[in-house]
Design a protein around this ligand. Structure first.
Ligand code: ATP
Ligand code: MG
Length: 329
């Protein structure tokens, strides 16, 4: 449907965790993701932002079926992959990859670069012999800007930026259609960040790859995304095309989150007011009734404690979940 590669509907991912306050060692349900819906067009980037612990990584991992969702559907290329067994999911694994935040821990220190990049080629039967594999590894390593003589080395022999290039080559090895980039530049120096972002953009252009780009860095997300979603306590509170969302923020949470980013334009900075978010994010073990943001929202009223506002289309594709916007008057 209209070129969407991935369509997530009412996705829920609840974890069973031990209740530390119970002596009987009872378990409780932690609602890490609680009814999230969004789609990503083919060859486009959906940026996901929000404070630490709001459920961004869980959305990404669940979309890749690294977790079995509690509820909801994940339509990938027309098929619902949410309920597939591991065996049924295997052919999709090649098409869906992940790039991790920390290039220092996401690469096996005992494997050479050649093995790190070559293993997915073998696992997915993408090469038929050793020389074909070596050739393809060489091609991939060159594609991400490293040299062929790097292939025999181990991860500790590389800088952070170089390791992230290795992580990208590993993700690209299977020629995926979709990649979840989970904070892929957060651990890198600013100058290196731009190189990695450029590389990701180059591969999107070349191969038409679709990205889910997770980051707490709002300016990086603005730069790379076509559409952006803002999460709060396991829910999407706002989503829209990137410029529309950044220029006409609707949700009180988005406004306070964005107000913390320094404005690039000094004129804009003069008129902009920083909105301080009071209090901590409530625990997903014990979320507030009604709107999840109401306990920190200056504009909350009685209805916000009673009903959870649905994510509705406020202005042609720009969606928000806030009673203030959906109640007329
Ligand atoms: N495997 C798990 N088991 C139990 N709880 C989990 C698990 N993974 C995540 N959580 C909890 O789910 C919530 C969302 O976590 P998640 O890692 O998705 O957040 P995040 O938005 O990616 O945060 P950050 O910006 O810090 O990476 C948190 O409360 C976290 O403690
Ligand atoms: Mg995370």
């Amino acid at each position: 449907m209209n070129g969407e590669l991935l369509k997530i509907s009412d996705l829920k991912m609840y974890f069973r965790v031990r209740d530390v306050s119970s002596w009987l060692g009872a378990h409780r349900s932690l609602k890490a993701v609680d009814g999230v819906s969004f789609g990503i067009g083919r060859g486009r980037t959906f940026g996901l932002v929000g404070e630490s612990g709001c459920g961004k990584t869980t959305v990404g991992r669940t979309a890749l079926r690294l977790y079995r969702p509690t509820d909801g559907s994940i339509i990938f290329d027309g098929a619902d992959i949410a309920g597939l067994s591991d065996k049924e999911f295997f052919p999709y694994r090649r098409k869906m990859q992940m790039i991790f935040q920390d290039p220092f821990t996401s690469l096996d220190p005992r494997q050479t670069v050649g093995d790190i990049i070559g293993t997915p080629l073998t696992v997915h039967h993408l090469v038929s012999n050793r020389s074909e594999r070596a050739e393809r590894v060489k091609e991939l390593i060159n594609m991400v800007g490293l040299r062929s003589d790097h292939i025999g080395r181990y991860p500790h022999e590389f800088s952070g930026g170089q390791r992230q290039r290795i992580g990208i080559a590993r993700a690209l090895a299977t020629m995926p259609e979709f990649i979840v980039c989970d904070e892929p530049v957060s651990a890198l120096d600013v100058s290196i960040q731009a190189q990695i972002i450029n590389l990701l953009e180059e591969f999107q252009e070349k191969f038409g790859i679709t990205y889910l780009f997770i980051s707490h860095d709002l300016s990086v997300v603005r730069h790379i995304s076509h559409r952006v979603g803002v999460m709060y306590l396991g829910r999407l509170v706002e989503a829209g095309e990137v410029n529309e969302l950044y220029e006409n923020m609707l949700h009180p949470y988005t406004k306070s989150l964005m107000s913390a980013v320094p404005a690039a334009d000094p004129e804009a900075a003069k008129t902009r007011r920083r909105i301080i978010l009071e209090g901590d994010v409530p625990s997903p073990l014990d979320p507030p009734s009604g709107c999840p943001f109401r306990t920190r929202c200056r504009e909350a009223s009685a209805v916000c404690a009673e009903q959870t506002p649905p994510l509705v289309d406020v202005r042609s594709g720009h969606m928000a979940a806030c009673h203030k916007l959906s109640i007329k008057g």
